[in-house]
Design a protein around this ligand. Structure first.
Ligand code: ASP
Ligand code: MG
Length: 398
């Protein structure tokens, strides 16, 4: 399975380069199935076009629109392959048998009926499948949510029993930190599914989170690599003894969250439930939560939520704060989050202490903390985030 992202098929030259690589792979004797994203920023452009045309963007019509992008790249790639003497045949998500539920723009794959793909493979053809789309149980075209082509590729790889799912992109793999921030960041040779899940959910932008969940659940090895240099990239697979036994494997960071604080919350059973129920009912995903020890029966509660939801998050929090008799609500968008991920953390005490010491030495105040078995995340001032990433990257010898 080879998946090519938007930049990899961004213009006619890129499509020719991809066709060339697919042709070489076929000529080396391998059976290949290809999944493509829309060219370059085409999906963004289509969203923008819809914004200009209408305020009534029903999800069904948006899916019909957005799924068009991948049709362009898949058909062009097949034409380019034909010039190289490779028989290829394109399939929309629906034709490829990708059956989803009916939730437009964030559909979940329910089943894959890959008989047309198998037939093509048996006929010696290379199936080229449109990423990011499927057909719902009520026969409408659906899309899987932005970045969904990764998920298409991994799901098809699992369904077809592919030996590897190669994700071709514009970076050469998964790095120990974002190379734009840390110039000495190094490409990882391999990383476990669990680590990749933590990275993808804490700001790592290389793979869509759902595709990694799929890969883990069906044990599909991923190889994230560059379609510009074609060099070997990073393997994402089950943890095994050949992997680097680093305590910390990588550091990610993100600035897409807001911190919301409610002060003087009456400290009694049911209050937190009431707050977070109201927020959940708005469809807002809360991440970190911190509650202070109460003084005189009152406490402060802070939590983070996606910055894109800041308005509705503040509105609903202010309402619930009034209902429960809390004092005030503050929103703070000037925060950033740094996360350290490493499977070795499970067996190494002292990682947290070293993180705190490192940040203290830099004069960086930690505002919130959350951990999992293999991740430590700290919220700090956004203005200090890059210094935090740099300091931690060097402190942990990455
Ligand atoms: N073209 C879609 C998007 O831009 C899907 C993808 O690229 O994975 O979100
Ligand atoms: Mg994309």
């Amino acid at each position: 399975m080879q998946k090519y992202g938007g930049t990899s098929v961004g213009d006619s030259e890129r499509i020719a380069a991809v066709a060339d690589h697919v042709a070489r792979t076929v000529k080396s004797g391998k059976q290949v199935v290809v999944v493509v994203s829309a060219m370059g920023k085409m999906t963004d452009d289509l969203v923008h076009l819809a914004d200009q045309v209408s305020k009534t963007q029903t999800p069904r019509e948006m899916d019909m629109l957005l799924s068009a992008g991948e049709r362009i790249s898949m058909s062009l790639l097949c034409m380019a392959l034909a010039d190289l003497g490779v028989q290829a045949i394109s399939f929309t998500g629906s034709q490829a048998g990708i059956i989803t539920d009916t939730s437009h723009m964030k559909a979940k794959i329910l089943d894959i009926r890959a008989d047309r793909l198998w037939k093509a493979i048996e006929e010696g053809k290379v199936p080229v499948v449109a990423g990011f789309q499927g057909v719902s149980t009520s026969k409408d075209v659906t899309t899987l949510g932005r970045g969904g082509s990764d998920t298409t590729a991994v799901a098809l790889a699992a369904a077809l029993g592919a030996s590897v799912c190669e994700i071709y992109t514009d970076v050469s793999g998964v790095f120990t930190a974002d190379p734009r921030v840390v110039s000495t960041a190094r490409k990882l040779r391999a990383i476990s599914f669990e680590e990749m899940l933590e990275l993808a959910s804490s700001g790592g932008r290389v793979l869509a989170l759902r595709s990694v969940e799929f890969a883990r659940n069906f044990n599909v090895p991923l190889h994230v690599r560059s379609s510009f240099t074609w060099e070997p990239g990073t393997w994402v697979k089950e943890e095994d003894p050949t992997m680097e036994q680093a305590v910390v494997s990588a550091i990610s960071h993100e600035t897409q969250e807001v911190k919301i604080t409610i002060t003087k919350v009456p400290d009694k059973p049911g209050v937190a439930a009431q707050i977070f129920r109201s927020i959940a009912d708005r469809g807002i995903n809360v991440d970190m939560i911190v509650q202070n020890t109460s003084i005189d029966g009152f406490t402060d509660i802070s939590f983070t939520a996606p910055r894109q939801d800041v308005e509705s998050a503040l509105e609903v929090t202010e309402k619930v704060a009034r209902d429960i008799g809390a004092e005030a609500v503050y929103g703070d968008q000037e925060i950033g989050r740094v996360s350290l991920v490493g499977a070795g953390m499970k067996s190494h005490p002292g990682v947290t202490a070293k993180v705190f010491e490192t940040l203290a030495t830099e004069g960086i105040n930690i505002e919130m903390i959350s951990t999992s078995a293999i991740r430590i995340s700290c919220v700090v001032r956004e203005s200090q985030l890059e210094s935090a990433v740099l300091a931690l990257h060097s402190a942990f010898g990455l």
